[in-house]
Design a protein around this ligand. Structure first.
Ligand code: GUN
Ligand code: FE
Length: 447
């Protein structure tokens, strides 16, 4: 058995009481947290295993992001200042359509490197049309905990070459789930019909029906993001997004909807009754000019809200510190300065994210028996509050910290970032290989 003992300055547990522990240690046995107890020098001396001295660092649960597109990392900076449907039509669909296995691999690696180096330990990813097995391979190698699935598209009026037949989409999806979904493992399938405008009814329903065979899988789609998107959905189906999904019986507590900005009261009621979850993407919603989601209202209604950076070309970062800060700040002019306080946001980025993915018993907080998905932060810097005790630890993390404060990251009991060093990724190598792949991809997209 592999045993590790971490001795941090503070432990921000994100447990149900929001406990912050001082003078405590965390013991890890293989992939799990096996004990959290008061620090005793004698026990540390006699510990048979690796001791991580982190007396100046703060231990927090790894962050959970419930909406990511690894396949788009390569396109960062190549689709700025556009609104959703133009962004998809002019840039993202043509680029995704030009992916081959090599470019998709680099895109996934670049995204995973960025996510892990900025403290994210669990993601829900939406893939692209083709070569999804590459993403699963890279998820596996990275060590991250993930839900993932190919994006499903059997309709596409914006860019017609980028879709495939209903039958092929369903078959490919089923084969991928059969091969890569792990009932009790780190990687699970997230069925991902892209959005209403890329899917026939048969595809939306077919994806839902498959879930029965894959315990713990999820249904992951985009919804109610942009006014033009909503108008086309209404024109096509005579219903708004959620009303349409509900009419097809697609909504339950295994459904995660990204964005969810433009919604009516009836849709809010439906989502609440069905227990479906919202993946809130504040940076993306602002950058694409999509709007500001009424998050305080959703929370008041008891709707689950978690955070996601979405993709690199609509953000243009994947690090969750930006999402935490914005998720709080954008609501304050609308709902007052007490809305979305730092602790609420921190929980949204950790335990609430895990619960949204129905793995709240497994990860998202630091508790005995849970997976060792942990991050060590250095909050003793000139860029944090100088009064850096328990009282303002959430403020320090949510309002002041950034990816630069991350020291080490552990997933499933394995160090995936150790003192700032990745045992897996070399930044320069990724940068060079990524640029080469991007050049080739742009050329292919112009043919
Ligand atoms: N709606 C459909 N596809 C996408 C996508 O790739 N990103 C975002 N933000 N919205 C979408
Ligand atoms: Fe998205």
């Amino acid at each position: 058995m592999n045993k590790i003992l971490i001795i941090p300055k503070y432990i921000v547990t994100a447990d149900k009481n929001g406990a912050i522990l001082k003078n405590h240690i965390v013991e890890i046995s293989d992939d799990k947290i096996s004990n959290i107890k008061p620090l005793e020098e004698k026990e540390v001396k006699e510990f048979e295993g690796e001791v991580v001295h982190a007396e100046n660092l703060t231990l927090i649960p790894g962050f959970v992001q419930t909406h990511i597109h690894l396949c788009q990392t390569l396109f960062r900076g190549l689709a700025d200042d556009l609104e959703l449907l133009d962004w998809l039509q002019q840039r993202i669909f043509p680029y995704e359509n030009a992916h081959d296995a090599g470019s998709l691999r680099l895109s996934a690696k670049l995204g995973l490197n960025e996510l892990i180096k900025s403290g994210t330990t669990t993601i829900m990813d939406m893939g692209t049309l083709r070569h999804q097995e590459i993403i699963f391979e890279e998820l596996d190698k990275s060590g991250i905990r993930a839900f993932a699935g190919k994006c499903m598209m059997d309709e596409n009026e914006l860019f017609t070459p980028f879709k495939s037949s209903t039958k092929d989409e369903l078959r490919y999806t089923y084969d991928l789930a059969k091969e890569f979904h792990q009932d009790n493992g780190r990687i699970k399938y997230g069925f991902a019909p892209r959005f209403v405008l890329s899917c026939s009814e048969e595809l939306l329903i077919g994806a839902k029906e498959m879930m029965g065979e894959f315990g713990g899988s999820l249904y992951h789609t985009h919804s109610s993001e942009n006014r033009s998107e909503c108008a086309v959905v209404r024109k096509k189906h005579n219903k708004d997004n959620i009303e349409y999904f509900d009419s097809l019986n697609l909504l339950n507590d295994r459904t995660v909807l990204a964005h969810w900005i433009h919604v009516n009261d009836n849709e809010m009621k439906i989502l609440k009754d069905k227990g479906s979850k919202v993946a809130h993407c504040p940076s993306s919603n602002l950058k694409l000019g999509s709007g500001v989601a009424q998050i305080p209202k959703y929370l008041q209604e008891g709707i689950s809200v978690s955070l996601g950076a979405d993709g690199a070309p609509c953000n243009n970062n994947l690090n969750i510190f930006n999402e935490m800060r914005l998720a709080s700040l954008i609501q304050k002019p609308l709902h007052g300065p007490t809305a979305m306080n730092a602790e609420t946001i921190f929980r949204m980025a950790t335990i609430e994210g895990a619960k949204a993915l129905n793995i709240g018993k497994e990860t998202g907080s630091i508790e005995t028996g849970k997976k060792a998905d942990l991050v060590l932060l250095n909050l003793d810097t000139p860029f944090q509050s100088l009064s850096n005790g328990e009282d303002n630890i959430y403020s320090n993390i949510v309002y002041s910290a950034s990816k630069d404060n991350i020291v080490s990251v552990m997933i499933d009991g394995k160090m995936v970032l150790n003192g700032g060093e990745s045992p897996i990724y070399d930044d320069l190598e990724l940068f060079d290989a990524g640029r080469t792949e991007l050049k080739k991809l742009i050329k292919r997209s112009q043919n």
